[in-house]
Design a binder for this molecule. Structure first.
Ligand code: OGA
Ligand code: MN
Length: 295
């Protein structure tokens, strides 16, 4: 099956037509989608009503799924979705909108900060695949920043300076930026920091990307305030408007992004009033980007 991909931004985001993701997709089409991902880093598929099972089946074409626990503060018994789906909605197990002060909601607000999925895990994510089951009429856009273009635009001295730097990432660092700091001992343990290279190269295209995320809280061997100051500078550079694509969701949009090449964030909406049901499958990366500390 030949798909069509139309560029939607000078750097990132292609729109794909000519495939129904609810049906099994042949190997040739999977290869075309992978090639599209390598080039555009983010792909949009419109009008793809999917069940959870169909989303999982399609996602498995791209690798092993990451189990969707240990990246939130929702108890297993409170989960609305199966273990293969990350629930990035504002809904509880019964499908009710979270109260304003619900701890799960407050933790989830960390998705408003620029990040790369699972950069707080030793083996971070390859692709994220997000299905829009219901969307607010206003707000709740998702923005994507191209980390290849951001890297390319750095001055040569900065490229040389960051080449071998390793950052420490924890989901507690991003939450701390919003003032969320209370954890159980068990949560603290599961959110212990991991190491990620600040620069990475794409395994297929060889293109270089900055590897940033709000989960990055320091740089190995640097004093923390100096590291954070520098990480904030790099973040500001990497999210300049020219590197960013803004996506306004429609129901049944399906987006795949490559966490090795882009960051993303969700924007504000009337979260305690209207439902936004978004379900994500996540493909595990090939391996760590940096050597981890001895346990
Ligand atoms: C995610 C995420 C963005 C959104 O699914 O990884 O950050 O638009 N969500 O909900
Ligand atoms: Mn995310």
């Amino acid at each position: 099956m030949a798909i069509r991909i139309t560029k939607r931004h000078p750097h990132l985001m292609g729109e794909v037509e000519g495939v129904d993701l609810s049906k099994p997709v042949d190997a040739e089409t999977v290869a075309e989608i992978e090639a599209g991902m390598d080039e555009h880093a983010v792909l949009l598929f419109r009008d793809q009503p999917l069940s959870d099972e169909q989303q999982v089946a399609f996602s498995r074409n791209f690798g092993e799924l990451q189990i969707a626990t240990a990246s939130n503060v929702t108890a297993l018994s409170d989960r609305r979705l199966g273990l293969d789906l990350a629930d990035v909605s504002n809904l509880d197990r019964q499908g009710r909108i979270f109260a304003r002060d619900d701890r799960r909601r407050l933790f989830g607000l960390g998705n408003r900060l620029w990040h790369s999925d699972a950069s707080f895990r030793a083996v971070p994510a390859k692709y994220s695949l997000l299905s829009a089951r219901s969307v607010p009429a206003q707000g709740g856009n998702t923005e994507f920043a191209d980390m290849r273009a951001a890297y390319d635009a750095l001055p040569a001295e900065t490229k040389a300076e960051i080449e071998d730097l390793v950052a420490e990432h924890s989901i507690m660092y991003s939450r701390a930026l919003l003032g969320f700091t209370e954890y159980s001992d068990e949560e603290r343990e599961s959110f212990a920091p991991v190491r990620q290279s600040l620069v990475r190269r794409h395994p297929v295209t060889g293109r270089t990307s900055l590897y940033l995320s709000s989960h990055a809280g320091t740089i190995l061997g640097w004093p923390m305030p100096e590291a954070r100051g520098f990480l904030f500078d790099l973040m500001e550079h990497a999210t300049r408007p020219e590197f960013v694509h803004v996506h306004e969701w429609r129901v049944n949009d399906f987006i795949i992004w490559d966490n090795r090449q882009v960051m993303h964030r969700v924007r504000r909406f009337a979260e305690t009033e209207v439902e936004r049901d978004m379900r994500r499958t996540t493909i595990r990366g090939d391996g760590p980007t940096a050597e981890q500390a001895a346990a």
